[in-house]
Ligand binder design. Sequence first.
Ligand code: GLA
Length: 389
Amino acid sequence: MTGDGDAAARAAAAFAERFGRQADGIWAAPGRVNVIGEHTDYNGGYVLPVALPHTTRAAMARRDDGLLVLASAQRPEQEAVVPVADLRPGWPGGWAAYPAGVVHALAGRVPGGLSVLVDGDVPSGAGLSSSAALSCSVALGVRDLLDLDLDADALIDLARRAENDFAGAPTGVLDQSASILCTAGHALFLDTRDGTREQVPLDLAAAGLALLVVDTGTTHDHTEGGYADRRRECEEAARRLGVALLREVDDVPALAPLADGSLEGDLLLRRARHVVTEDARVLEVVAALRGDADPRAIGPLLTAGHASLRDDFEVSVPLIDACVEAASAGGAHGARMVGGGFGGSVVALVDSGGVDTVRASVADRFAHEGHPAPRTFVVIPSPGARRLT
Ligand code: GLA
């Protein structure tokens, strides 16, 4: 990760080199790690993310030839040059779909075109929302450059539509909300049903604790089927229960009508049980963090959340499970997979003095399974999307 000043200077230099002129401005948006509340967002439930210090920076300038030119410092060979009027969902594809989707979602409000150079350090495919960092940095930049009347909720919606409608990743609002709304030193407690939010102070270091992220190196892609399947299963469970969203189900006993003796009924019951219990876990974690309780108390809730994602929701993979086990064996108070699943990262709550032991435990386990030691870092809850220059 790079400090804002250095990051802005680097993006400015890369923009000038590519476009032969100065950028009109530079914006940054972070990736996120979700403390708890996984696969709840598209069910109208609760989430509790923190922003990472890792960001995507978008250096941008207006054009007058109607072209959208999208360049990436990380993927220089994958540049996209498309007339704004020709943007269509799926074209351009790849990384460029996210910024292009933002411009497309603005439906004709960017007629002159834009030059965009993105530079970032959010690990991609790691379940840490590199795509939301990308779309949110560009959304904020377009808003400022064109002086559009868009508040935080409108920016979140714009970035979400870019991902859902243009890039074809049927995500909820967790990642975009975290990237836009998070503040330094806090976790964002968000009710995705009505957008109500609260910044919950999260000073783990003061309690002698740290949030350790382990990027397992197994990548995921939510434009592939597993994530969309889970969404459909949740919708079907809600339909059978006669509610619009699983959020409206009060408790696990209320799921009984799903158990009709069929295999499908059993599967829908397990999917819905994850969502209902996960919403309850978010509320418990928030209550613990708001009160005077020792934050170590949230550890078992994180681990229970992982078991639910693994067994009921079935979105974990063996290497992620091994990583969670190794973190706990190494002394973590709790650990769980992060994000949509099918690979990606694990977050663990560890004693500040025990970070190295947990790292070593995970590295040993990876070596035992024939994998290189994974990349790890301690998360400092960081600011959301912002203008750098
Ligand atoms: C991905 C999606 C989010 C959310 C998480 C799971 O990160 O982009 O909207 O559904 O998975 O909590």
